[in-house]
Design a protein around this ligand. Structure first.
Ligand code: C5P
Length: 219
């Protein structure tokens, strides 16, 4: 099976030396890439900047901004059986990028931001992806309801939700605890290392994507 995984944060440039970003470490996406590679699946990892080693036996495309990640996903998505969007993509990017380093002058300055392209939200509608589609949802409240709304509006097969209001799990930590939300059911995976969780999640995704291709396999 061919699996595309997005991971890590994006960097949205303000000027030649500055950017807006977030605290994503990329660990969950890299752990998933490793888990699928160990299963001998063919993995393409499209990643924003992280400090992590690239997992063995994984094709790797580094990107910086949300727009670059969008372009690489759009280019490769339709050769894939499964796509897992794990990246913490910036929702907004500076409306203009200064050619030169912005000088310190006034006490306050105003930066205008514009929306980035929604990569996951474009997978079905603009990129016509017909494979098994998985999104992540980092929430601070109403975990299941928000994940289920994303499942429906972004036409996903599965949303993997985690509660980022808990500091020991989620963003920039080694552990996670997730709720897998699908149309027909929810599955809670208790707190564990991102490595162990990734192996468990990889098994569930492969089972479900096979069942999607061959509905008789569900019974
Ligand atoms: O709507 P929200 O940003 O919470 O959705 C999170 C999911 O959407 C994640 O799977 C993330 O990788 C993906 N996403 C994306 N492009 C964006 C924003 C989020 O692919 N611009």
């Amino acid at each position: 099976m061919k699996i595309l995984i997005t991971a890590g944060p994006t960097r949205e440039p303000l000027d030649p030396v500055r950017f807006l970003s977030n605290r994503s470490s990329g660990r969950m996406g890299y752990a998933l890439a490793k888990a699928f590679a160990l299963r001998k699946d063919h993995v393409l990892l499209i990643s924003g900047p992280t400090t992590l080693p690239i997992p063995d036996h994984v094709d790797y495309i580094p990107v910086e901004s949300a727009q670059e990640m969008y372009d690489e996903v759009a280019h490769h998505l339709n050769q894939m059986d499964v796509a897992i969007f794990c990246a913490a993509v910036a929702d907004y990017t500076p409306a203009t990028i200064a050619d030169q380093k912005i000088k310190k002058s006034e006490d306050t300055i105003t930066i205008t931001l514009k929306k980035t392209p929604d990569i996951l939200g474009s997978a079905r509608s603009l990129m016509n992806f017909g494979g098994y589609l998985v999104g992540f949802a980092a929430e601070t409240e109403n975990l299941e309801a928000n994940a289920r709304r994303k499942l429906e509006t972004k036409l996903c097969d599965m949303i993997i939700a985690n509660d980022v209001s808990q500091v020991v799990i989620g963003f920039d930590s080694h552990e996670n605890e997730v709720l897998i939300v699908e149309a027909a059911e929810n599955t809670a995976l208790p707190r564990d290392s991102k490595e162990h969780l990734a192996r468990h999640i990889a098994e569930i995704i492969m089972l479900r994507s096979r069942q999607k291709n061959d509905p008789a396999a569900r019974s």
